[in-house]
Design a binder for this molecule. Sequence first.
Ligand code: ZN
Length: 204
Amino acid sequence: MKIICIGRNYRKHIEELGNDIPDEPVVFLKPDTALVPKNNPLVLPGFSKEIHYETEIVLRINRLGKAIPEQFASRYYDAIGLGLDLTARDLQKRLKSKGLPWEKAKAFDFSALVSKEFIPVSYFKDLYDIRFRLDINGKTVQKGNTGNMIHNFDALVAYVSRFFTLRTGDLIFTGTPEGVGPLHRNDMLEGYIEDKLMFKINVK
Ligand code: ZN
């Protein structure tokens, strides 16, 4: 399986990092080795002093598709989870300033946390009014609503499938809202969709 991530999909997050609003979705990949194994803590890597959390709604792909027209895109994902796209922000800044690819800062081991449970799409009355948030040590640090995405789920599925064949089990991270920040050892993270606890994990 592969993990496809969307960058710069929420305006206020683009502003907080001082980036430009892109004309098209910003896309990058993480390998399956980026996934945090089940029941493991979040282990911070040694090569960075600034690992940021980015809390994101994750789509689960449920069929094979390539060059999917947007009007059929909703048939290609069946469930929604919550994830953390961990980013070595210090390294990313260095790579960006040199115009180099982001992979080392984005796709390292254990840089992708995904909730065990996925919620069927049919559970939601409105896919574009889903609240989600991250609490660290009991305090809410990020709050998002899918209604604020620049590119919606169907547009993202259609767009990425022009470049990458989608397969059952692939995951799409749909971008983070504002409020990203650094993780510290012993932080306790809780991610929610609406008021449902999707993951709880300690940082080591
Ligand atoms: Zn992200």
